[in-house]
Ligand binder design. Structure first.
Ligand SMILES: *Cc1c(COP(=O)(O)O)cnc(C)c1O
Length: 462
């Protein structure tokens, strides 16, 4: 295969590429038993956990508990269920906080990822425009810095929030350009920050959805803060697979200066249905650094009111003094309950161990692609483990047909245009043996040209 990673080298693991060796690694895997806690489809190699994680038994159990509470308690569930429904978004936030390196009060489960981008970008655009006397008409409108490989919904939401403030998104949504079509260089983010003095918010993904590059959250946070900008991350493709330290990111190198006001990511969003395995459309999560607590959210709603006065039903909104303020309406209990059990599975495995196994699996996968597949295949994901998320982008000019052929042979992957087959060995339920079979199936398809029997390009959700 062709190396597309600037010579960063071949996979780290080298070694024995036999199926027997893969099985030995499974036998020695400290996380092997976690697989038994998931509904793994029979006869399939499920490699799509970065789009929709498999169902953990524990998530189904917490969902069923809430259904029972509804049946038995009805309205009393808001107070008498255990945990009570009224504070459920906050309680789930407490469970997720260690996964992102935040304090409990800084995380809440609420809304969808797209809605959370709307309310948080809107909130911080308002903060930037605000003076004690209200919006300052003389001030230059702030720009939001993103990148040209982003997941589309992020740009749609940010453009809408700019437009609603009378700011022209064509001028003020600024996308850092990728040099290679796969990755974003932190130096290029820094260069835009130096060139433009109007960047108010830097908003980046932690992991790019197509190539799987893990961005340098620490360096980007420091760069944004050095230039007086706020910084937010979309962690949809990393939560549950990569350990995060959102509060610690970008902390000052000079530990003695006693100033912790500049460190820490300002805000973040993520969804719960990818590596967190909480089910299709499960309620999303968000983080807001505590220095911003008390700010009025752009999309205010009664569920973000201070819980102590929410039911006084006043017409003046009083934001909760926590990330809970960014809730909008009633917590969707049935879409949130699975998060309770699903988060517990990740916590019991330990996010550091999950990350370690994830890196070992993706390294193993990259090594197999190198050694067993032809020159038309290449790896679009960084080989440096510090720059790699939880999935691998296998590139091939016939990527679409290959992904269809794989699916027909029980290997569930997805395709992202123009040429990427995404393969996600989700560490909680994927074995080395499965990874071996994925590459073996690709090799067989290639050898028989079996993918040429498929339409060159289809449509729909993959
Ligand atoms: C999956 C994903 C989303 C999904 O947003 P929804 O509101 O849940 O549809 C958003 N951003 C990124 C980067 C994603 O990977």
């Amino acid at each position: 295969m062709t190396d597309t990673d600037g010579g960063a080298g071949r996979s780290q693991s080298g070694g024995d590429r036999t199926l027997a060796a893969a099985r030995e690694r499974d036998a020695a895997d400290p996380l092997a038993e976690a697989r038994e806690r998931f509904a793994v489809p029979d006869g399939e190699r499920y490699m799509d956990g970065n789009s929709l994680g498999l169902a953990p038994d524990a998530a189904l159990a917490t969902l069923e508990r809430v259904v029972d509470e509804w049946r038995e308690l009805a309205i009393r569930g808001w107070e008498e269920a255990d945990p009570d429904w009224f504070h459920y978004g906050e309680r789930l936030g407490d469970l997720l906080a260690p996964l992102v390196g935040a304090r409990e009060s800084e995380v809440v489960v609420a809304n969808s990822t797209t809605v959370n981008i709307h309310t948080l970008i809107g909130t911080f655009l308002d903060t930037l425009a605000g003076t004690p006397a209200g919006p300052d008409p003389a001030a230059e409108s702030p720009a939001v810095l993103v990148n040209d490989l982003d997941f589309p919904t992020d740009h749609y939401a940010i453009r809408a929030q700019l437009r609603q403030r009378g700011i022209d998104p064509d001028q003020k949504l600024v996308a850092v350009e990728s040099r290679d079509g796969r990755t974003i260089d932190a130096a290029d983010i820094e260069a835009v920050l130096r060139e433009r003095d109007d960047v108010g918010i830097v908003f980046m993904p932690s992991v790019l959805y197509r190539s799987g590059q893990l961005l340098d959250v620490d360096r980007i946070t420091r760069a944004a803060h050095d230039h007086g900008a706020l910084v937010g991350f979309d962690c949809a493709h990393s939560i549950g697979a990569v350990d995060h330290d959102l509060r610690g990111a970008g902390a000052s190198d000079d530990a003695d200066d006693g100033d912790d006001s500049t460190g820490g990511v300002d805000f973040a969003v993520w969804c719960s249905y990818k590596y967190l395995n909480a089910g299709p459309g499960a309620t999303a999560g968000l983080y807001v650094h505590e220095r911003h607590h008390g700010t009025t959210p752009a999309l205010a709603g009664w569920w973000g009111n201070d819980k102590d006065t929410q039911f006084e039903m006043r017409h003046t909104y009083e934001p909760a003094d926590s990330a809970g303020a960014w809730q909008i309406g009633t917590v969707p209990m049935l879409s949130s309950a699975p998060i309770e059990g699903a988060a517990e599975v990740v916590r019991e495995a330990g996010i550091e161990r999950v990350r370690e196994k994830s890196l070992a699996l993706t390294d193993y996968l990259i090594g197999l692609v190198d050694d067993r597949l032809g020159d038309d295949f290449s790896v679009g994901t960084p080989r440096d483990p510090e720059r790699r998320g939880g999935h691998v982008a296998i590139e091939h000019p016939e990527g679409y047909r290959l992904s269809e052929a794989l699916r027909d042979r029980g290997v569930v992957v997805d395709f992202r245009p123009p040429n990427v087959v995404r393969v996600c060995p989700a560490p909680l339920y994927t074995r080395y043996e499965d990874v071996w079979h994925v590459v073996e199936t690709l090799r067989e398809i290639e050898a028989a040209d079996a993918h040429l029997e498929y339409d060159p390009r289809g449509g729909g959700v993959t």
